[in-house]
Design a binder for this molecule. Structure first.
Ligand code: HPA
Length: 246
């Protein structure tokens, strides 16, 4: 079953026929909300709003373990994550859509593993943090529905909830990052720990701090139109993916 984790601007999929809402209890506490289980393009799908259905949960307060565990428990076999990000690379202007292929994790203090207090110690391979198969499916779906989506890019994950300083963005760029957001980790690593193929499609909603029209400040209040239009395209890609991934 296809799972979709919706980020800012995507707290529901209008095209999904929800058949039931499932409250999942997990050993890690509560997920961000009930799972919406139903049909997307006539294939079984499960949707979860990462920040809660009223967008009330900040990136550093999300119970990533409960979310990923609940999706696995519900029968998910692949996860598509949608997220809004800031654009660091010069060509990634607001409105750009990207399917990243790498992650650099700058977060701290988040519950980031299922493997605690266990012997023997478990290390998962994370060389390619995103599933090449799910990435390919997203890119193919984007091509099918004529949504321009960049293939590859490095997603820097910051702790938030504050935005970055201009110097921090310069540093992220020197590190090789193309976009910056707050939610890819530990979500991607937890999916890997549960052997759940996972990839992301991200919408650039603002120039990162110190870049473009964010030179002196980032006005995230002003991004709602870009976010809305971008997430409409993401929803179309996801629906197309469901149609071709049965
Ligand atoms: N930085 C971090 N996270 C974000 C940004 C940003 O500029 N825009 C959207 N999410």
């Amino acid at each position: 079953m296809l799972a979709i984790v919706g980020g800012s601007g995507l707290s529901a999929l209008a095209c999904m026929k929800t058949e039931r809402r499932q409250v999942v209890r997990t050993p890690y506490g509560e997920p961000s909300g009930p799972l919406l289980i139903g049909q997307l393009a006539n294939v079984p799908a499960v949707f979860l709003a990462r920040h809660g259905y009223g967008h009330t949960i900040a990136p550093h307060e999300i119970n990533y373990r409960a979310n990923i565990w609940a999706l696995k428990r519900s029968g998910a076999t692949r996860v598509v994550s949608a997220a809004a990000v800031g654009g660091i690379r010069a060509d990634l202007a607001p409105g750009s859509i990207l399917v990243p292929d790498q992650i650099i994790d700058y977060t701290w203090g988040r519950s980031h593993t299922f493997f605690e207090g266990e012997a023997p110690v478990t290390h998962v391979d994370f060389t390619r943090p995103y599933s090449p198969e799910v990435r390919a499916a997203i890119l193919e779906a984007a091509g099918t529905c004529a949504v321009a989506a960049g293939d590859g890019g490095v997603y820097a994950v910051t702790q938030g909830p504050r935005l970055e300083t201009a110097a921090e963005i310069d540093r992220l760029e020197r590190d090789g990052a193309d976009v910056v957001g707050m939610t890819a980790m530990p979500e991607a690593a937890l999916a890997r720990e549960l052997d759940l193929p996972y990839a992301a499609i991200v919408v650039v909603v603002n120039h990162a701090a110190g870049r473009g029209d964010s030179r002196s400040r980032v006005d995230l209040e002003a991004v709602s139109r870009v976010l809305e239009a971008g997430m409409r395209k993401v929803a179309l890609v996801v629906e197309t993916l469901a149609g071709v991934c049965r």
